[in-house]
Design a protein around this ligand. Structure first.
Ligand code: GSH
Length: 220
């Protein structure tokens, strides 16, 4: 059994989608970010960064893994699923996984902060992060012109890492509707039964403006 420490955010949902895809049994432990549970000592022992997600694999000596990308690689290697084992295929998956981890996640995260939560509306910062997020989306769109999935013909952990972020594009105020290939990919991935289930853990995303008004900072 695997314990999944998660919350209602895209980084957490990457892991619930993965666990659903590979059909490993897991128990959801909802970490209440608003109550700063992720900073408590017991949690920091599992994840020294004090953030979600984290897994603890009780079938492997209670091994704890933090960082969403590292968790996806661990689960892919544990199950032999969703990442090829040949050097080039593996590298291609990791390149697109890193692109999400180092680009889309941080830039879209900052777009969210300045567009939704910052007490002052700093137009320079809003524009900068929305523009960079949109540029990264265009890179994805171009990649998906000749490829069904990010790493080529096969669905992989690169798609799993990217989907929950694209799903909440509107929360960052960045459009995708005119990006034909990205929109096609978003629909195809979003219809997978494991993705539908994983996205509802620990509960379905709330991405409307009313949530923002209520100050629901981490409900995406
Ligand atoms: N690089 C980390 C980022 C994790 C992260 O930023 N988690 C956010 C939610 S998406 C969090 O725990 N925020 C609460 C906090 O910063 O205290 C990963 O991919 O696992």
């Amino acid at each position: 059994m695997i314990d999944l420490y998660t919350s209602t955010t895209p980084n957490g949902r990457k892991v619930s989608i993965m666990l659903e895809e590979v059909e490993l049994p897991y128990e959801v432990k909802h970490v209440k970010l608003g109550k700063k549970e992720q900073k408590q000592d017991w949690y920091m022992e599992l994840n020294p960064n004090g953030r979600i997600p984290t897994i603890v694999d009780h079938d492997n000596g209670d091994f704890a893994v933090f960082e969403s990308g590292a968790i996806l690689i661990y689960l892919a290697e544990k199950t032999g699923k969703l990442m090829p084992s040949d050097v080039k295929g593996r590298s291609t998956v990791i390149q697109w996984l890193m692109f999400q981890k180092a680009g889309i996640g941080p830039m879209q995260g900052q777009a969210n902060v300045f567009y939704r939560y910052a007490p002052e509306k700093i137009q320079y910062a809003i524009r900068r992060y929305q523009k960079e997020t949109r540029r990264l989306y265009e890179v994805l769109d171009d990649r998906l012109k000749d490829n069904e999935y990010l790493a080529g013909d096969n669905y992989s952990i690169a798609d799993i890492a990217t989907y929950p972020w694209i799903h909440v594009h509107a929360w960052a105020g960045v459009e995708v509707e005119d990006l034909e290939n990205l929109s096609r990919w978003k629909d195809v991935v979003g219809e997978r039964p494991a993705v539908i289930k994983g996205m509802a853990v620990p509960r379905k995303p709330v991405i409307d403006d009313k949530a923002a008004e209520r100050g629901a900072k981490l409900l995406i």
